[in-house]
Design a protein around this ligand. Structure first.
Ligand SMILES: Cc1cc2nc3c(=O)[nH]c(=O)nc-3n(C[C@H](O)[C@H](O)[C@H](O)COP(=O)(O)O)c2cc1C
Length: 164
C-alpha cells in the first residue's frame, strides 16, 4: 500500500509524544514561538537536540534568522499554551508571562522544563527543516507532562488506575 499523506499522519500519530514550545527572538526584536512535538535529544557529548519545522511557515523564517532558541516543555495544565502557539491568529505572546535569557530567548512561565540552545545546523529534507541545537542551559521543574497522541491531547493517568 502506498504511504499517502493521510496514512503517514494516521500511523505516526500512534507514536505518543510530549509537547514543547520553541521560542526565539526575531531580528526585529519581537519574541516568536511555536508548538512542536518533533523534539528529541540527539547526543550527550556534546549535548545536542533537534526538532523539525515546516519550511514554508513564519516559524521557519524566525528560526533561520536567529542563532539561539529555547525549548519549553509543557505541563499538563498548559494545553491552552500549546493551542495558542500553534494558532495562526492573534499575538501568541499576548497575556503569556515570560522572562528572557541573555541571548534573547523567551522562557515561558510554569513549564516543566526549559533548555536554551545555540543553533548549530539546519538541514532541509522534504517539506521540513531539521534544526539541531547545542544545549547551553537546562532547567527542570515540577509536575506532569502534557501529551499528544492520535491527534489529541492527553495526560498521564495516576498509577494503578489503568483506566478502570
Ligand atoms: C501538538 C502540536 C505539535 C506540533 N508540532 C509541530 C512540529 O513539530 N513542527 C512544526 O513545524 N509544526 C508543528 N505544529 C504546528 C505548529 O505549531 C503551527 O502550525 C505553527 O505554529 C504555525 O505557524 P507558522 O505558519 O508561523 O509556522 C504542531 C502543532 C501542535 C498542536
Amino acid at each position: 500500500m502506498p504511504v499517502t499523506k493521510e496514512l503517514f499522519r494516521h500511523v505516526l500519530g500512534h507514536f505518543a509524544t510530549g509537547v514543547a514550545v520553541v521560542t526565539t527572538r526575531q531580528p526585529s526584536g519581537k519574541p516568536w514561538g511555536f508548538t512542536v512535538n518533533s523534539f528529541t535529544s540527539v547526543s550527550l557529548e556534546p549535548p545536542l537536540v533537534l526538532y523539525c519545522v515546516d519550511s514554508s511557515g513564519e516559524s521557519a523564517r524566525a528560526i533561520a534568522g536567529s542563532d539561539y532558541f529555547g525549548v519549553n516543555f509543557l505541563g499538563d495544565a498548559q494545553e491552552h499554551i500549546s493551542r495558542r502557539f500553534a494558532s495562526r491568529s492573534g499575538d501568541r505572546f499576548e497575556g503569556v508571562v515570560y522572562t528572557e535569557t541573555s541571548n534573547g530567548s523567551p522562557v515561558l512561565e510554569g513549564c516543566l522544563g526549559y533548555i536554551e540552545c545555540k543553533k548549530v545546523a539546519l538541514h532541509t529534507h522534504g517539506d521540513h527543516d531539521v534544526i539541531i541545537g547545542e544545549v547551553l542551559e537546562a532547567h527542570a521543574g515540577e509536575g506532569n507532562p502534557l501529551l499528544f497522541f492520535r491527534g489529541a491531547y492527553g495526560r498521564l493517568k495516576p498509577p494503578h488506575s489503568n483506566g478502570h
